[in-house]
Design a protein. Structure first.
Length: 326
């Protein structure tokens, strides 16, 4: 069985083709980045996706070396995400479903990150630290749902990093460049550290960091800013592991590509005698393969999406989805 997955929640448009053993046959993508590096403009990103959709689809089919008779179903990111860009994937999926008479499955983007991460790393029942541009959540499977034990109260950690990176002229996305700078910092600068129970807030840290630009060594400032942000994530993740008594941590989402975050989480897991799992970087970032894999899991357990129920859900939450495919 083979599924074609459409991903378009934000700046990445991707088509992934996956089989039922989670072999990724293709995972083609194109990414929208504004020339002036000020982040994502939703309408412009959607226009970019529409213009590149056919090319990405053709590349994926060629890379996978499959034809439409071999593809069994179509899945797409139904939510959460930017409404303008989500519509591109939804329209693509509906069109392909009708054109080729294939079943349609709308999936939750956040859960897709978790499921493909678990499959590829062989994690069994982890606490997931899902850290991406728009989302920052600490998640665990409990009583048929992915429960959110803690989350950001303001902005996602990836957005936090990108905004600060733009302030020091690193462009978009800023995370990879800041990750390199992190290991060059030598002096820790005092900055806000905001953990509220199991939740986090990054806006105060961002504001304080902006105020110190030009007054402190730039590498030291980046190191201190990221150190606080990642320590906050690590603290809440460890607390969730202690509460649930789970012995595994899955790190996923675009920010999971950070070597600095991986290092901190690895040290925490070592102290707890727990196992840490991180999928390959191409799967940590938004991609169509994750959508295809979750589509397969759901379809094999009798879940499909009727055309009239295939509207996008930009504000859909991780814990709204009943997990029946376990």
């Amino acid at each position: 069985m083979i599924c074609l997955g459409c991903e378009s929640t934000a700046h990445t448009y991707s088509i992934g083709i996956v089989n039922e053993k989670c072999k990724i046959l293709a995972n083609e993508k194109s990414s929208y980045v504004k020339k002036d590096s000020v982040g994502i403009h939703p309408r412009e990103a959607a226009d970019f996706h529409y213009k590149n959709a056919k090319k990405v689809l053709d590349n994926a089919l060629e890379k996978a070396n499959v034809n439409w008779k071999e593809i069994d179903l179509i899945s797409f990111s139904q939510g959460p995400g930017l409404g303008n860009t989500l519509r591109v994937g939804a329209v693509t999926a509906r069109t392909l479903s009708l054109l080729h008479n294939k079943p349609l499955v709308g999936v939750n983007h956040c859960i897709a990150h978790i499921e493909i991460g678990k499959k590829l790393t062989k994690a069994k029942d982890p606490i997931t630290c899902y850290a991406s541009g728009a989302n920052t959540q600490i998640i665990g499977l409990e009583q048929g749902r992915y429960r959110i034990y803690g989350e950001t109260l303001d902005i996602g950690i990836g957005n936090f990093l990108d905004v600060f990176g733009r302030e020091i002229n690193l462009g978009f996305p800023a995370g990879p460049k800041m990750d390199e700078m992190y290991f060059l910092g030598k002096e820790f600068i005092e900055l806000p550290y905001t953990v509220k129970g199991m939740d986090l807030a990054f806006s105060g840290l961002l504001t304080a960091g902006k105020q110190k630009i030009g007054k402190e060594n730039e590498k030291d400032l980046v190191y201190s800013l990221m150190h606080n942000a990642f320590a906050m994530l690590t603290e809440v993740s460890e607390r969730a592991m202690a509460h649930t008594e789970k012995k595994e941590l899955l790190l996923t989402g675009g920010v999971a590509s950070s070597n600095a975050l991986r290092k901190m989480m690895k040290e925490m897991c070592k102290q707890r005698k727990a196992k840490m799992f991180v999928p390959q970087r191409g799967v940590c970032v938004d991609n169509g393969a994750q959508i295809g894999w979750l589509g397969l899991l759901m379809f094999k357990n009798g879940i499909t999406t009727k055309l009239e129920n295939s509207q996008i859900k930009p504000k859909q939450r991780t814990d709204q989805i009943q997990v029946t495919w376990k």
